[in-house]
Design a protein around this ligand. Structure first.
Ligand code: HEC
Ligand code: HEC
Length: 476
């Protein structure tokens, strides 16, 4: 329909002919209508979720091979340093007990032990000495070429079966590599990663094709900060644009598409997916590590309930959360992500989801706006907004204090005064950087998708109100 409107008379005629064809095929209403790939802004309705066991979910998350292809163990052992003891997790079995939290080992069908990244490579991070499961890693570096590891590890692979296992994994990484390199450290390419995998798989059989079956996604991912998992206990849909509708457990396990080569394998993963979702929904945010001025926080609570609670809900003994998506024009934060999701350019991937084995229970339908997230544990979620463009809560509450160019200081130290990871404000953007590594560290808000405008709700407050509000946010 969009196409018909753009092309004027002839297009309109073709559009009508197309509609008639769809009607004859018994597909109307619905099946040919791109509106099924859109959600309205406003309140997101709840969808019932399959029940699961959080404890079994944790066990599955850190032991099960939902990413079933990877680097043969011998090659990994030659490349990897001894793991930092702080990176070892409880409840891991066999080889996993000696691997860092973000890697999982398993023995494949040919008897080769392979090692691969699990969900925690993006969804766990350290605060001080403590590893917080579910916290997005604001320092994860996806600016490097993933093919480097492929080539490096290939040198240490010996024997027919390990070589075949390595090749299997290498082919997949090669297929997606052009689409998952971000421009800035801390930005996460997960969305493009999913589209790239869908482009290479037949949705009905899940079979991999080295040449893409759909036109691949854009090469550079839109900049995104990784949200924390503990918001999922409150959210009715997944992701910033609420694209993830229906059964959340199935949608989140699309992360296994790198290696799941058959409908049967997808089914094996689905057997524990509901437990993983239940674990995520049971997570609680970490407590603010510093002191809190209770009187000032109480003052801040009043400001919050008057100015913020309409969109972000209320906290404390009787919490509420409205699940509201605010349209782009109104929220005013960087529009690129939500606009690119809803302009029709990615509809072929939403159709892939519909045609996949989970199509009956999962739906990709973004809204042209961003959800006002729950603010539980917000102190730890820096940098702020969906694109991580604002380094601290202090700057989020006063748009005049938001830096145009900045970078995180080395060593991920928390700044309890500004409420964010310690950072430096710079005079110039990426173009002034001395080399590629330096360029990758600079957050440049003048680039497309990196804008730090909008969400001006703190600007109208007095300094005292902003200070009180910051204190209150420490308690959520
Ligand atoms: C490559 C990094 C990466 C990996 C690996 C990854 N994720 Fe994510 N995840 C993200 C990013 C980035 C987002 C935010 C995307 C968005 O909102 O549009 C996200 C969002 C989510 C959300 C929605 C959170 C919310 O508030 O809406 C859930 C749930 C989730 N991931 C679960 C998982 C699970 C389970 C796995 C493993 C099976 C996984 N992720 C693997 C990067 C990753
Ligand atoms: C009209 C609805 C609305 C009001 C009012 C509002 N917010 Fe928001 N808020 C949003 C939306 C939508 C986002 C997500 C924007 C984005 O990610 O681009 C957001 C994001 C945030 C974030 C960052 C979350 C993250 O993921 O990094 C914080 C913190 C926040 N708001 C605090 C507040 C405070 C404090 C107030 C009151 C002074 C307030 N908001 C008022 C809608 C609102």
């Amino acid at each position: 329909m969009r196409r018909a409107m753009m092309a004027g008379g002839a297009g309109l005629a073709l559009g009508i002919a197309g509609l008639a064809g769809a009607w004859l095929a018994g597909l109307l209403p619905g099946a040919e209508d791109p509106d099924r790939f859109r959600s309205p802004t406003g309140e997101v309705p709840a969808t019932p979720q399959r029940a699961g066991d959080p404890e079994a979910g944790y066990h599955a998350l850190v032991n099960e091979p939902y990413v079933s292809c990877g680097i043969p163990w011998e090659a990994w052992a030659r490349l990897a340093p001894e793991p930092d003891p702080r990176d070892l997790l409880p409840g891991r079995e066999g080889r996993n007990a000696e691997l860092p939290y973000f890697m999982t080992a398993h023995v494949n069908a040919d008897g080769v032990e392979v090692v691969s990244n699990n969900c925690l490579v993006c969804h766990a991070a350290r605060v001080g000495d403590e590893l917080v499961i579910g916290l997005g890693d604001a320092f994860a570096d996806f600016t490097v070429d993933p093919l480097g590891l492929v080539t490096q590890s290939g040198r240490f692979v010996r024997g027919a079966a390990p070589s075949a296992a390595w090749q299997h994994w290498a082919d997949r990484v090669e297929g997606i590599a052009p689409h998952i390199r971000t421009g800035t450290v801390g930005m996460n390419p997960a969305t493009n990663l999913s589209w790239a995998l869908m482009a290479h798989r037949d949705p009905a059989s899940m079979a991999w094709s080295d040449t893409p079956l759909l036109e691949p996604p854009p090469t550079e991912p839109v900049p995104l900060r990784t949200p924390p998992w503990w918001w999922m206990g409150k959210k009715n849909a997944m992701f910033y644009t609420t694209i993830g509708r229906g059964d959340h457990s199935r949608y989140m396990l699309f992360a296994s598409l790198l290696c799941a080569d058959s409908v049967e394998e997808l089914g094996e993963i689905d057997a524990y997916a509901a437990d993983i979702r239940a674990y995520l929904a049971s997570l609680q945010p970490p407590a603010f590590p510093g002191a809190v001025d209770a009187a000032l926080a109480a003052e801040g609570r009043e400001v919050f309930e008057a100015k913020c609670a309409d969109c972000h809900g209320t906290y404390g003994a009787t919490p509420s959360y409205p699940n509201r998506v605010i349209p782009l024009e109104r929220i005013g934060t960087d529009p690129l992500y939500a606009a690119s999701m809803t302009d029709g350019s990615l509809d072929r991937f939403y159709e892939w989801v519909e045609r996949s084995p989970h199509g009956g229970t999962v739906r990709a339908a973004p809204a042209a706006g961003y959800i006002a997230p729950p603010l539980d544990g917000i102190w730890a979620v820096a940098p702020y907004l969906h694109n991580g463009s604002v380094p601290s809560l202090k700057a989020l509450l006063d748009s005049r204090a938001r830096p145009r160019f900045w970078r995180h200081s080395a060593g991920r130290e928390y700044d309890a005064e500004a409420m964010g990871w310690r950072h430096e404000v710079l005079d110039a953007g990426k173009e002034a950087a001395a080399d590629a590594a330096e360029r990758a560290r600079i957050y440049d808000t003048t680039l497309p998708g990196y804008g730090n405008g909008g969400h001006l709700y703190g600007d109208e407050l007095t300094d005292r109100q902003r200070r009180a509000l910051l204190e209150y946010l420490k308690t959520l």
